[in-house]
Design a protein around this ligand. Structure first.
Ligand code: ZN
Length: 228
């Protein structure tokens, strides 16, 4: 029996892949590597404007390096959607949880490299062991450090703050995105969209007294609401 208390809320796919919103479809051994296959099964949204008013333009496949299974190297083959957006008219590929666009490795593989290097395995040895270049080890390590640093020292709240809600996952429901509109950057994402759900996040928000303008993008008409 695999069911343990901590796993009760996870699907089989989440346990096998460590990622939400995928339907695990199989695995095969290729020499000394393992290839896992999965289909994206989460909500669909335009990568440009975030609208869920999209229609499918067919499927596409993507292959990324994923965290090791024991000592075996592991590749993850994902099948997902090409989308056409009714709201902005543009085409995009469905964004995938845990796998950033243009990356050749999943976030969890990059995190694994970060931790091994942090534990003292040097770049060239780690690169040889994992079949990647020493420069790639360095890049993943820097990203890991930056992420860690951001967790320890969250940036001050933007002066011009954009707030937008969007559907996150079926299980977790909605998420609210906070943007720095002056610098056109995402500042943070918090789960939930109600006042009660966001209150703990807002309480922690550093520098909120200095916010000059808040823009709320409503889901329906995308009008800007001045909530100064
Ligand atoms: Zn769009």
């Amino acid at each position: 029996m695999v069911k343990q208390s901590w796993e009760n809320n996870l699907t089989e796919s989440e346990i096998l892949l460590g990622l939400p919103d995928f339907q695990f479809s199989g695995w095969e051994r290729r020499g000394d590597r393992i290839r896992l296959s999965a289909r994206y099964s989460g909500p669909r949204a335009c990568a440009h404007c975030g609208s869920s008013a999209v229609r499918s333009r067919g499927r596409y496949r993507r292959l990324v390096r994923h965290e090791n299974w024991g000592l075996r190297h592991c590749d993850l083959e994902i099948e997902s959607w090409k989308l056409a957006c009714r709201a902005c008219g543009r085409q995009s590929r469905q964004r995938l949880p845990g796998i950033l666009p243009w990356q050749r490795a999943s976030q969890s593989f990059q995190e694994m490299i970060y931790r091994h290097h942090l534990d003292g395995i040097n770049r060239s040895r780690l690169g040889r062991r994992e079949g990647i270049g020493a420069a790639t080890v360095e890049r993943y390590f820097r990203r890991g450090l930056e992420r860690q640093f951001r967790e320890w020292h969250p940036p001050k709240c933007p002066v011009v703050l954009g707030i937008d809600e969007h559907f996150f996952t079926r299980r977790r429901g909605y998420a609210t995105t906070f943007c720095d509109l002056r610098n056109r950057k995402v500042y943070d994402v918090a789960l939930g969209r109600s006042e009660a759900a966001l209150e703990p996040w807002l309480k922690r928000l550093e520098g909120k007294d200095e916010v000059k303008l808040v823009c709320i993008v409503s889901a329906g008409d995308k009008s800007l609401e001045n909530a100064e």
